[in-house]
Design a protein around this ligand. Structure first.
Ligand SMILES: [Cu+2]
Length: 489
């Protein structure tokens, strides 16, 4: 029995510590956030940094033809896992930290504030400019004994434009390879060269030891964000092709840096499935931009905490566990937001931490209240002003059934997960719906029309193998919805 108790404690600690990452551009970080981030960077161990740099180097060259971490489609998931590893290390120092991204369209050239801020403490001169802040004893370049990372800017590199990024994001999903090549060979390479490929000996960012420069993680975070946006824009339920790029393991196996520990035997290197890293949600990562983050198509598990200085929009979001959301400006609850019976949802806005006046909570029905109204009641939307705690207004909801019936105007599917038989309820969205269910290969396994505007449509998939399926709704009026359903064994 005592083992079960211990396991419970461990699981509780693990889930409590699992804070969500809301990654925002460097430019949108507050001064406090920048300081916390830099402090956390300086608090990781020097050996962690040198391991990251060394193992990036070794996987790039020693296992070159097998690892394929560059110039192959594995490039994207591999670096996603890699930067996530640093982010988790930073969260051990400060659980509120999320990795920021270097938006190339914001900050470019050696004079940009991002480079000044993330440069060696007290350093000045040609490789660090008017640097400050980063500890030279932690962030060292393994090429030299006891030496800090070095910068060597090539300011002739042209800055990626917003148009270029938009074009990338809109590239068709049918050609993952073309998308990856354009991203890797384009802005990704340009960013490395800007920071490291000036005349003379290469700066750290222009070598395979580039993870020894903290800017590497912000750079790859931007690469990752572009990939994320592409997946979100183009996702049709098809798996991405990794197979031609990892002959060693096929599309379900990718070498990682974890557990390498200097071994020359690649069998000692931990493998992960790149397909399980295609959706950022699986690693609890969300991307924010322009002071807003969209939390969508998601069901919470374990204790989840979201913390963001701007506006949080929640759509097709199911609270199925204890969930706290803190926003600096606004929390917007849209269609498909629901709290499952017996679960706890708390929304805190405009807390002293962020100190943004005029913060408000709104619902998709158009109800909106400012927190400076003090005793504001939002009961007509199902959201109620609960209490003031620690000087913050706390909103929440106690009657989830009521909430669902009032807000769920869109289509809902239940049970989900199911064993292959589920109901689609059309709520108030009566229309001439065509409904297709696609498997992971994008093949339709069911096709139905709701010509009589029935409230409920029953779907039964015979012999459907377990997994995630996409249900695509198309109305006669051109509306389109995509929902994901899970079929379990
Ligand atoms: Cu790399």
């Amino acid at each position: 029995m005592k083992h079960i108790g211990l396991l419970f404690v461990i699981l509780t600690l693990l889930t409590e510590g699992m804070s969500q990452s809301i990654r925002k551009p460097w430019r949108e970080m507050t001064e406090d956030e920048k300081t916390s981030f830099v402090n956390a960077l300086n608090a990781v161990s020097p050996s962690f940094v040198s391991n990251m740099a060394n193992e990036h180097m070794r996987l790039a060259f020693e296992f070159g033809s097998n690892a394929h971490i560059h110039n192959s489609n594995v490039f994207l998931p591999w670096h996603r896992v890699f930067i996530h590893h640093l982010e988790e290390e930073l969260k051990k120092v400060n659980p509120n930290i999320s990795l920021p991204y270097w938006d190339w369209t914001d900050d470019w050239l050696s004079s940009a504030e991002i480079f000044d801020n993330l440069t060696i403490l007290g350093q000045s001169g040609n490789d660090g400019l008017i640097g400050r802040n980063i500890s030279a004893s932690v962030w060292r370049d393994p090429r030299f004994t006891n030496s800090k990372f070095v910068r060597n800017f090539d300011n002739s590199e042209s800055q990626p434009t917003q148009n270029q990024i938009n074009n990338l994001v809109n590239m068709p999903q049918s050609d993952f390879t073309a998308f990856r090549e354009t991203l890797e060979g384009g802005p990704h390479n340009t960013g490395h060269r800007l920071v490291g490929a000036g005349a003379g000996s290469p700066g750290t960012m222009a070598t395979m030891f580039s993870p020894a420069d903290p800017v590497f993680y912000l750079h790859h975070c931007m690469v990752d964000k572009v990939w994320h946006d592409w997946v979100e824009t183009n996702w049709t339920g098809t798996t991405l092709s990794f197979s031609s790029n990892d002959p060693n393991g096929g599309n379900t196996s990718m070498l990682t840096f974890i557990g390498y520990a200097g071994s020359t035997n690649e069998n000692n290197v931990v493998r992960v499935n790149p397909n399980s890293w295609v959706d950022s949600r699986s690693s609890k990562v969300w991307y924010a931009d322009n002071e807003e983050v969209l939390l969508d198509d998601y069901t919470t598990s374990g204790t989840e905490n979201y913390r963001y200085t701007g506006t949080i929009v929640m759509e097709d979001f199911t609270v199925n566990s204890t969930t706290t959301v803190k926003a600096g400006q606004k929390i917007s609850l849209k269609d498909g937001f629901r709290v499952r019976s017996g679960r706890s949802f708390r929304a805190e806005i405009g807390s002293s931490m962020f100190n943004v006046p005029g913060a408000r909570i709104s619902s998709s029905e158009g109800h909106e209240k400012g927190i400076d109204n003090g005793q504001a009641t939002l009961s007509q939307t199902g959201v109620q002003y609960l209490e003031q705690a620690e000087g913050k207004n706390v909103y929440g909801m106690d009657i989830p059934g009521k909430w669902e019936s009032q807000l769920e105007k869109n289509i809902s599917i239940y049970p989900n997960p199911s064993f292959g038989e589920f109901a689609i309820e059309f709520g108030s969205s009566r229309d001439d719906w065509k409904v297709r269910v696609l498997n992971v290969m994008g093949k339709a396994v069911s096709f139905q029309s709701n010509l009589f505007h029935d409230k409920i449509l029953h779907v039964k998939l015979d012999h459907a193998s377990p997994g995630v399926y996409c249900v695509i709704f198309e109305s006669a009026h051109g509306k389109k919805y995509l929902k994901k359903v899970t079929i379990s064994k």
